[in-house]
Design a protein around this ligand. Structure first.
Ligand SMILES: NC(=O)C1=CN([C@@H]2O[C@H](COP(=O)(O)OP(=O)(O)OC[C@H]3O[C@@H](n4cnc5c(N)ncnc54)[C@H](OP(=O)(O)O)[C@@H]3O)[C@@H](O)[C@H]2O)C=CC1
Ligand SMILES: O=C(CO)COP(=O)(O)O
Length: 320
């Protein structure tokens, strides 16, 4: 099968490496001025992997889109709308886009599948690829389990059947909304975990897992999804890779933030938390942990005080 990957950062470069390993013909696209792209072009390496020779590199979006019917996108979530507008000028009829990003649109709370469907006004298929996985583990053959989801089960099956391996066991997703919200929200919980680590409160991460899943499940249910999806691979299943992992950019960002240290990598949860608060208001669902993370990141509130505020809320029944 021919596969195109759009975005050549940490995850995009891995997706191309993995698709090549599964025997597919792969083209990896990056912006010409991108340092990631230039480094891959010159050295065929980055901080994570060695790009096998058969993977073609291009900075022509036209060439990349024309190359394959199956197109993965792994860019920053907040850039997707503008990028999709650019893509829409190309002939994309019948292509399948797999969104390999974990985020929600900051200013609207829109899911990324909605963003792409709004901007690409051509008959295309759209799926998502979520769940736990770090490049650093996969390239050492340390396996994990992930999820493909879409509104069309034939599309879901085609992607899973073309990509499953001993390295990644895929599950067929059955709730795009729940998986998308869950995957985006786990990055916010990851930032909360980093904040706890930075304050020396790592022992609270068990409580964070229990109450974090609970509040995201409430939101998913209110939005019309299946609350149990939150306890699957897309959200809870990704906590090891986010809430506890030394590799997680979101967790590391949260820790660096409270320690007032610089952190340069992409932490999607920082923008996603704003989107979640839009959804909290729209669907009238309380999201106390997300609210606390938002207060710390965007309202200059003291992290320790926010934790105390969470503790001092009225006592409630655990299942609510
Ligand atoms: N297990 C999983 O499913 C994982 C999922 N992810 C997700 O993948 C996504 C990307 O993360 P990651 O790879 O770590 O991030 P990186 O910062 O490493 O890469 C992001 C890429 O997006 C490109 N980009 C940014 N803006 C635009 C734009 N406007 N047009 C085109 N390209 C653009 C960047 O280009 P440039 O090179 O020019 O800077 C860069 O190559 C995130 O949503 C993240 O949550 C990440 C890791 C694991
Ligand atoms: O989604 C991921 C692991 O599954 C990557 O998480 P980070 O972006 O926090 O590194």
């Amino acid at each position: 099968m021919k596969v195109t990957v759009l975005g050549c950062g940490r995850w995009g470069s891995f997706l191309s490496w993995y698709a090549n390993q599964q025997g597919h013909d792969v083209t990896l696209w990056g912006r010409e001025a991108s340092r990631n792209y230039q480094k891959l072009l010159q050295t065929r390496t980055n901080d994570y992997l060695l790009l096998p020779q058969p993977i073609q590199l291009t900075n022509s979006l036209e060439e990349a889109a024309a190359f394959a019917e199956l197109i993965f996108i792994a860019i920053s979530a907040q850039e997707l709308r503008g990028f999709a507008k650019q893509l829409n000028s190309l002939n994309l009829s019948d292509k399948t886009f797999v969104l390999c990003m974990k985020g929600l649109e900051e200013n609207s709370g829109e899911r990324l599948t909605s963003v792409i469907k709004q901007e690409i006004q051509q008959p295309v298929h759209v799926a998502i690829w979520v769940g736990p996985g770090h490049v650093q583990d996969f390239v050492q053959d340390i396996p994990n389990c992930m999820v493909i989801d879409s509104d069309d089960s034939q599309v879901t099956k085609l992607i899973v059947d073309s990509l499953g391996s001993e390295t990644i066991r895929f599950y067929y997703g059955e709730d795009v909304l729940g998986n998308e919200i869950g995957a985006a929200a786990k990055n916010v919980i990851g930032i909360a975990a980093g904040i706890l680590d930075g304050l020396g409160y790592s022992s609270l991460k068990g409580a964070l897992m229990a109450r974090g899943t609970k509040e995201i499940a409430r939101l998913v249910k209110a939005m019309g999804g299946n609350e149990l999806t939150v306890y699957g691979l897309g959200h809870l299943g990704d906590y090891e890779a986010t809430v506890f992992s030394k590799h997680s950019h979101n967790r590391r960002f949260g820790e660096a933030f409270v320690k007032q240290e610089p952190f340069e990598k992409l932490a999607e949860g920082a923008a996603t938390v704003k989107a979640l608060l839009h959804l909290s208001a729209k669907y009238d669902v309380e999201l106390p942990i997300c609210q606390a993370v938002n207060a710390v990141l965007w309202k200059a509130q003291d992290a320790q005080e926010q934790i105390m505020k969470l503790f001092m809320r009225p006592v409630k029944f655990e299942t609510i």
